[in-house]
Design a protein around this ligand. Structure first.
Ligand code: KIV
Length: 298
């Protein structure tokens, strides 16, 4: 935590982060921080850490709901979790991730579902995965006043087609396509773009050419900002760690340790103690005991 001169912790920023703020940060060369969250408790902690933006990612499906991919996640799942996030945090820019099947049928479907994020879940913006094939959807969302973040490179909703969670844009041709798609998405009105699992050089070249911020996840240090999945950062998603993620804490092990201790103390009777127990007045207890004794005798 940053410290002020007197050694007291610096207060967390309080001003709401907006879409124009993120664009201004790119212009001013300030790096953007984004983190996923899926519930009120963690959203509160992400906000307290001073992070600029929360993405309620459809990674929800894997790290919280236990699916092997993000594909089964529904719009109802997303709205419920996004609403919890907005109850926990209000200062960061809040972005709801459109799940598979909620926008692929075309702009009308996308508009209806994106509106749910804004009306029912308190999100400020939405995110869609894809390149040229979602340009018209991004244009429609943006033209109708819905701030939209694009997502190219490794797009997990296409994991079957891509043959797994693999690095993308490794050839000159594929990288050129990714940069052209990103420019088309910017032209269609996207306010930012996630670049996932692409060579760092491609992240840098795309960032240089776009006027909207690039948010990297496995796209190198030259992106305008970075996003990671909260459970990867905190060591809450089993032993698996994608190459691009860094564990900033091992909360998972700390949780297991605490629960082992609880298990042990319940079994040996050392929990709860008087400190965790409630008392009643002596006369009430005597009266209860008398009444129970009378019932037994009668
Ligand atoms: O679903 C998600 O969390 C995402 C991020 C990994 C960018 O799309």
């Amino acid at each position: 935590m940053s410290e002020q001169h007197g050694g007291a912790p610096a207060p967390a920023p309080t001003k709401k982060v907006t879409v124009p703020d993120l664009i201004a940060m790119k212009r001013d060369g300030k790096r953007i921080t984004m983190m996923t969250a899926y519930d009120a408790a963690f959203a509160r902690l992400v906000e307290r850490a001073g992070i600029d933006s929360i993405l309620v990612g459809d990674s929800l499906g894997m790290v919280v709901l236990g699916y092997p991919t993000t594909v089964p996640v529904t719009m109802d799942d997303m709205v419920r979790h996004a609403a919890a996030v907005s109850r926990g945090a209000s200062r960061p820019l809040l972005i709801g991730d459109m799940p598979f099947g909620s926008y692929q049928a075309g702009p009308a479907d996308a508009l209806r579902n994106a509106a749910r994020f804004l009306k029912e879940a308190g999100m400020d913006a939405v995110k869609v995965e894809g390149g040229a094939e979602v340009v018209e959807t991004v244009r429609a969302l943006s033209a109708n006043g819905i701030a939209v973040m694009a997502h190219v490179g490794l797009t997990p909703q296409r994991v079957a087609q891509l043959g797994g969670f693999k690095v993308q844009a490794k050839t000159a041709g594929a990288a050129r396509q990714l940069i052209d798609d990103s420019l088309a998405l910017e032209d269609a009105g996207a306010f930012a773009i996630v670049l996932e699992s692409v060579p760092a050089a491609v992240g840098a070249l795309a960032t240089e050419r776009l006027s909207i911020p690039t948010i990297g996840i496995g796209a190198g240090v030259d992106c305008d900002g970075q996003v990671l999945v909260l459970h990867d950062v905190l060591g809450l998603y089993g032993d698996f760690k994608p190459k691009f993620a860094k564990r900033f804490a091992e909360i998972g092990s700390a949780v297991v340790e605490a629960l082992r201790e609880y298990d042990h103390e319940v079994r040996d009777g050392s929990f709860p103690t008087d400190e965790q127990s409630f008392t009643m007045k002596e006369n009430e207890l005597l009266s209860l005991q008398r009444s129970l004794a009378q019932r037994k005798a009668g």
